[in-house]
Design a protein around this ligand. Structure first.
Ligand code: IMP
Length: 195
């Protein structure tokens, strides 16, 4: 029988990305499918603390295996910003486009456009927590292109690629993706467990 894990997110893009790589031994249940309608806050100063808060909240509510992830875009010449505040870089309630606009504005005139996406996954299995990290190095383009993906995908070019994430299919993005790398570690760990 497949092992069921609740993925503590309401982000459809993240769910699709993780389902595309999770494999046949596991089934992912979304918060919505688990009947959970709360919006879990991300109040902390690190990706690790936010990811932990989300998975612990869901574990306390359900007592089931679960995991969460938190991702940030860390731009070298902006001292790691927007980082843990990536979703609300341009302010609370702002959308992806406003965040991109502010990022491009803040990078005007800067020669170093290197950046990385960093994902932290917090897994809670039988009440015990373990963290996994995935990093994708790359750079921020000077303009935006592409319609796939979400967030900062139209301006992020991963190292080794000539296209932005937003110009890639999901399979192409998965060759480079921070989230895919973190999920691969999660899967490897789950496969060592007798669930
Ligand atoms: P979250 O807090 O983990 O939901 O992610 C914070 C923000 O980072 C999101 O709202 C997106 O703007 C951005 N983000 C996370 N993952 C990606 C990605 O794979 N591509 C582009 N942007 C992303």
């Amino acid at each position: 029988m497949k092992t069921q894990l609740i993925f503590a997110t309401n982000n459809e893009h993240k769910i699709a990305e993780i389902r595309s790589v999770i494999g046949n031994d596991f089934s992912i249940i979304t918060l919505q499918e688990a009947g959970i309608t709360i919006d879990i806050p991300e109040p902390h100063e690190t990706l690790e603390a936010n990811a932990s808060e989300k998975s612990r909240t869901i574990y306390q509510m359900t007592n089931q295996h679960c995991f969460s992830e938190d991702t940030g875009l860390e731009v070298t010449s902006l001292k790691g910003a927007p980082g843990v505040k990536s979703a609300r870089y341009a302010g609370e309630g702002r959308d992806f486009q406003q965040n991109i606009d502010l990022l491009l504005k803040n990078l005007e005139g800067k020669s170093d456009r290197t950046a990385r996406f960093r994902t932290v996954i917090s897994l809670i299995l039988d009440g015990r927590e373990i963290l996994f990290e995935g990093i994708c190095e790359g750079r921020i383009a000077t303009d935006q292109k592409g319609l796939q993906g979400f967030g900062y995908d139209p301006v992020f070019i991963p190292d080794g690629a000539t296209k932005r994430f937003a110009e890639m299919t999901m399979d192409e993005k998965n060759k480079y993706s921070h989230r895919k790398k973190a999920v691969d570690k999660l899967i490897q760990y789950l496969q060592t467990k007798d669930l």
